[in-house]
Design a protein around this ligand. Sequence first.
Ligand code: BG6
Length: 525
Amino acid sequence: MIPNHPDSNPTAAPCVMVIFGATGDLTKRKLLPALCNLAQDNLLPKQFAIVGFATNDYTTESFRKMLGQEIPKYAPAPVDLKFWDGIAERIYYVRGDFQDPEAYKRLKEQIEQADKLQNALGNRFFYLAVAPRFFSPIVKKLGECGLTKEENDRWARVIVEKPFGHDLESAKQLNQDLMQVLTEKQIYRIDHYLGKETVQNVMVFRFSNNIIEPLWNRNYVDHVQITAAETVGVEHRGGFYETAGALRDMVPNHLFQLLTMTAMEPPISFDADQVRNKQAEVLHAIQPLSPEDVLKNMVRGQYGAGTVDGQRVGGYRSEPDVAPDSNTETFVALKLQIDNWRWAGVPFYLRTGKRLAQRTTEIVIQFRRTPFVLFRNTTVKNLETNRLVIHIQPEEGISLSFGAKVPGSVMKLGLVNMDFDYCTYFGLEHSTGYERLLRDCMAGDATLFQRSDMVEAGWNVIQPILDVWRALPARGFPNYAAGSWGPVEADDLLERDGRSWRRIGEEEIDKRGRIAAPDKAGIIT
Ligand code: BG6
């Protein structure tokens, strides 16, 4: 993990990757393109094979052919076919039902054969790209046919996709089921947000810069905002989304990754458990929510018809596979308090939603205002506060705003920006976000994967919200127009505290780095 550390880049070991649900979207959109990118960067082990397992009617030949045609269409960036060919010849396919013991026999034979052909040394990892109801039965079957056994230095690991449970109880049950067969060290609970470069950089930014960390606490920070806004609706996933909703889909996983990376104490090393211990501590320190807190500090919303990117779009209730009177939320905003020595009294405001005005994921650290006394007898009427924005996507970078004197004989202050843009400094990376995670799994580094206690601690925070919302179904849905910034209650949540959400997209920064809002000249007298 750490640059300059002898163990910082553990190499991916020879292995067979087995993809359950290999004919689904994830394989062609993310997993295979990520493997091509790893091959291009010379980071894929030479002794490597892929075995796809699914119910669809393919042979190894037709499966390779289908992927070869589909990957260029779906991959986020063009895949260099030179590397694809090298991978294609190491792909095998087994057709079978996830519940059928006979299919597992065929799978086992194919894995052993692929292992022999590619000299994968008996190591294997299973990627469960399947509906969550199959997680436990698949792992049970893998155990029964001896595929999860680790002996003579051979390892066996299982990557589990989200959602990991749909509430606290089901997450605990799933952990128990997996642990009947596997040890914690064999389980890699994936959250693709941790594969994002800028999310990983939060830790590096905080802990490798001496000017940042001393300010990163309740003495200097007024509040923190975390936004994950999407312009897309539920697309073809209405059926799944109806059972999930924005809270389950985004908060205990992706938003809590951003929250814990932002709020955690410095770990003593980048060792997987050291880092994850610190993340878990943050989740445990979140003040438990009473039913009153839920009613006061949690906002839910659902989009109605509106305009997104200049296009008229329908409301959530008219999406395919969505009930016409659905009460599922497509937006949430919450206020959480982390009741520890670093953060007590500093609210963390989180929001996420579909069909919002702009696609943006960002973390805003809003610093406290300085004393005004010096400016009392000047023309300056108020002081803007310093704000640090960590841009996760689509822009990737960090910007810090601060006040400066506008040249002239009258005292005027301008709000100016210092910007770091990933692309300008480091150039564009060809990345799907899965490269690092797949390689880490092959190398046995679980730092960027969820541990069972973290998953349960996350659900523990969320459970009171689920309980209250189940008891009191939402009234007045839809309550925001597609293309807006969500329901008005989300603005009220901050306004009650004398604060407001960062106005994303409304602050145009001119060439000299000045923010042209609130007044076009960047002057905030
Ligand atoms: C997924 C959610 O986990 O993350 C989706 O299920 C959501 O609903 C997606 O759209 C967002 O990921 P990203 O990387 O586009 O921010």
